[in-house]
Design a protein around this ligand. Structure first.
Ligand code: ATP
Length: 320
């Protein structure tokens, strides 16, 4: 049996650990693994090479992706997918493992539906925006990176009596902001799932001033409200001294956490097991209540988005 593995979309810590798991778990069962460079673009171009156990040495601890990643407009077309399917059949590949976010999953779904390619998606994105799974690869590491930044910011903000607005990634999903705010002890969290209420936030900050605290941390998911607007609206309402910072690409890099390495290894093995067991169509793996699960890709992509309201409520209560 031969399988191929690629990483696609935004890179996330833990992708390397997942590649390593796929290669080594497959090797254990004498399955040949091809690594595809630069996602679907590399698949269309035929950039495949065999990966040995040795080729994935020394990567479990590295962020980013050894296989590189890319976005490919060509793959979104029928012709692009046809060419990719041709490459897979030329190499005699029986199954494709795609590590990426929801766009990458839609790509896998399309090539499977249109050309009968068998494949398994492993959720790799720091956004945690795939609702069928409790966690995506890279999320835990990214939260830890944000928390570390918040810790540093707290030192200087409290010394100078300033409030800082920390913008983190998350256009539609506020999980990164929510988990970072909760674990960083932030005073305020702003997520796209909740309408911004400047008056309410201002009241909270001014209440802290009454208690003798003029500094604070506001964690803002990029999709909640524009950063400049947040600063100017809150400054006008409270008269406090504000600073802002965009954590940006810092959040994507770094050594994966223990949680991401373990998750990557479990998911990688599950993906190989599904292909070994003769699955059909396209499926995805995930984690629910600490058990590794798998699901039809279409069903997974149709799970409606939901936020952890209880956690949002808790973050607000403990930061009061
Ligand atoms: P992230 O969550 O980090 O952004 P992602 O996997 O969602 O990762 P995208 O850029 O949305 O990243 O998608 C990656 C690639 O998947 C695209 O460049 C494209 O090649 C392919 N893709 C996305 N949507 C589709 C689709 N509807 N049909 C076919 N291919 C798609």
């Amino acid at each position: 049996m031969k399988i191929a593995v690629l990483t696609s979309g935004g890179d996330a810590p833990g992708m390397n650990a997942a590649i390593r798991a796929v290669v080594r778990y497959a090797d254990y069962y004498d399955i040949e693994v091809y690594g595809v460079e630069r996602g679907y673009a590399g698949l269309i171009a035929g950039n495949l090479s065999i990966m040995s156990r040795r080729s994935v040495s020394d990567i479990i601890q590295r962020g980013g992706t050894k296989l590189r990643t890319a976005r490919s407009a060509e793959f979104e077309t029928y012709e692009g997918q046809k060419q990719a399917a041709k490459v897979l059949s030329f190499y005699g590949i029986d199954g494709l493992v795609v590590i990426g976010g929801d766009g990458s999953f839609r790509g896998l779904q399309a090539i499977s539906k249109n050309f009968g390619v068998k494949g398994v998606g492993i959720p790799g994105t720091i956004d945690n925006d795939l609702s069928y799974t409790d966690y995506t690869l890279g999320f835990d590491t990214a939260v830890n990176t944000c928390v570390s930044a918040i810790n540093n910011l707290r030192d200087t903000m409290s010394s100078h009596d300033r409030v800082v607005v920390v913008q983190v990634m998350g256009r539609r999903c506020g999980d990164l902001a929510l988990y970072s705010a909760l674990s960083g002890g932030a005073e305020v969290v702003m997520v796209p799932e909740h309408k911004t209420d400047y008056d309410k936030i201002s009241r909270k900050l001014l209440k802290n001033v009454e208690k003798g605290k003029q500094s604070g941390i506001i964690v803002l998911a990029e999709g909640a409200s524009p950063l400049d607007e947040v600063v100017s609206e809150l400054k006008a309402r409270t008269g406090l001294s504000f600073r802002s910072i965009v954590l940006g690409h810092l959040q994507r890099g770094g050594a994966p956490s223990m949680a991401d390495r373990v998750l990557a290894t479990r998911m990688g093995a599950k993906a190989v097991d599904l292909l070994r067991d003769g699955m059909v169509g396209a499926r995805v793996v995930g984690i629910k209540d600490n058990a590794i699960i798998d699901m039809d890709i279409e069903d997974a992509l149709n799970v409606p988005r939901h936020t952890n309201e209880a956690l949002y409520e808790l973050a607000n209560i403990v930061s009061r």
